[in-house]
Design a protein around this ligand. Structure first.
Ligand code: HEC
Ligand code: HEC
Length: 349
């Protein structure tokens, strides 16, 4: 083989590599191949104080609803709170049609829980999406939202988790199928600078932080078929939530103040709904985690309502009492879907 020919072959191969590189960079980037962006773990320790334990409990059980995702539910109780004695001990996502996903046992049990995880393993998992074992966490764990969690709130949650009774509960490990498989490696973002306390100077600003910590948009915003949130439909509902045990799928509703959303809410009705899981007499599906949010203080609920009043009103009717029909706005099929028209700005009727 002549030198020239060799160069030719390598040249052609180089071309392929270049084309591939361009294609990869333009679509999902290199992360699927080289692994997630992750910072090394530190040996930082969060000091336990009574104030932190209290704040951490509030975040875990009320404000961030961690408990609803990381515990088996008691379906015999209205609102499906965590089963007594199983708080924080994890659950699989079989009911949500993702049996391969497990929200792990976060209690300090050494063998089946988080007893051996360091403080920074927790910290990196919660805000940066890298599990204790270095794996990219599946984004059902809302680390992209928690990235804005203040250092103090983060420390409080970790300190609180250490106070949970150790519950021995072995669960299957998460096994992410392909796709998305390694494609999720592009999601983690290391945090290396301090995250200060949020701006709480007005109810709206405080509410913006709380809504993010409470991951309301995670459910109340529709996604495209690759799981990316459709920001033009922020808080306008359309995200399907399957519940295999209940035998149905409920779709999140529009909580903007557009006439197709919740224009009839005032602060008092909002607080009552979040506390009771009922809009006056109408019971909300238990997929709406009001069993957690009901523990929010009046002040925090008022702030959340104040913030929701500022979000862009979007025309998008979702009504779970109607039969599911295809919706031209969010592209899902849901109750009242056929009452919407393709432009989200157009009239509902
Ligand atoms: C919407 C559901 C949901 C919410 C809310 C949620 N989690 Fe998770 N979390 C998960 C799932 C699912 C996983 C597992 C992801 C995986 O295995 O890839 C997870 C993983 C984790 C991990 C990583 C464990 C490891 O392997 O290192 C920690 C720590 C954690 N969550 C803590 C929390 C805390 C603290 C909160 C509240 C601030 C919270 N989670 C809120 C669903 C949730
Ligand atoms: C796990 C998913 C999920 C999360 C997280 C969630 N919701 Fe909901 N929410 C739902 C579903 C589903 C419904 C519709 C229930 C029904 O139609 O019976 C709903 C209904 C509501 C309603 C009642 C609207 C009406 O019909 O009058 C309000 C208000 C509401 N949510 C506010 C919030 C706020 C505020 C947050 C964050 C603090 C939030 N939700 C977080 C799933 C969720």
């Amino acid at each position: 083989m002549s030198v020239g020919r060799r160069v030719g072959v390598w040249g052609a191969l180089g071309g392929v590599v270049v084309v591939l590189a361009v294609a990869i960079t333009a679509t999902v980037g290199w992360r699927p191949l080289i692994g997630p962006a992750a910072r090394p773990l530190t040996d930082r320790k969060f000091e336990s104080t009574p104030a932190r334990v209290e704040r951490g409990k509030y975040m875990f059980t009320a404000a961030s609803a961690c408990i609803g995702c990381h515990s088996e539910w008691d379906r015999t109780i209205d609102g499906h709170p965590a089963k007594a004695g199983a708080e924080g001990a994890g659950r699989t996502w079989a009911d949500e049609n993702m049996p391969w996903l497990t929200a792990p046992n976060l209690t300090p049990d050494v063998e089946t829980g988080a007893g051996t995880w360091s403080d920074d393993m927790f910290a990196r998992a919660i805000r940066e999406g890298i599990g204790h074992d270095g794996r990219t966490l599946f984004p059902v764990m809302p680390y992209a939202r928690f990235a804005a969690m203040s250092d103090e709130d983060l420390a409080s949650i970790v300190v609180y988790l250490r106070t949970l009774p150790a519950i021995r509960r072995a669960l299957p490990k998460t096994k992410i199928p392909f796709p998305p498989g390694p494609l999720i490696n592009s999601l983690p973002r290391p945090i290396t600078a301090p995250v200060p306390a949020p701006d709480m100077s007005t109810p709206e600003r405080k509410g913006a932080y709380l809504v993010r910590m409470a991951v309301c948009a995670e459910c109340h915003t529709a996604s495209d078929d690759r799981g990316n949130k459709l920001t033009r439909l922020d808080f306008a509902g359309g995200f399907p939530l399957p519940d295999a045990t209940a035998g149905h799928t409920v779709t999140s509703v529009n909580i903007t103040r557009d006439p197709s959303g919740i224009p009839y809410y005032d602060e008092a009705l909002f607080i009552q709904t979040m506390r009771t899981g009922r809009v006056v007499a109408r019971k909300l599906d238990d997929m709406m985690p009001w069993a957690s949010y009901r523990n929010l203080t009046d002040d925090d609920l008022k702030a959340i309502f104040a913030y929701l009043q500022t979000v862009n009103p979007v025309k998008h009717l979702v009504d779970n009492s109607l039969a599911p029909t295809p919706c031209p706005v969010c592209k899902a099929s849901h109750g009242g879907g056929d009452k919407n028209s393709a432009s989200p700005r157009a009239a509902v009727d």
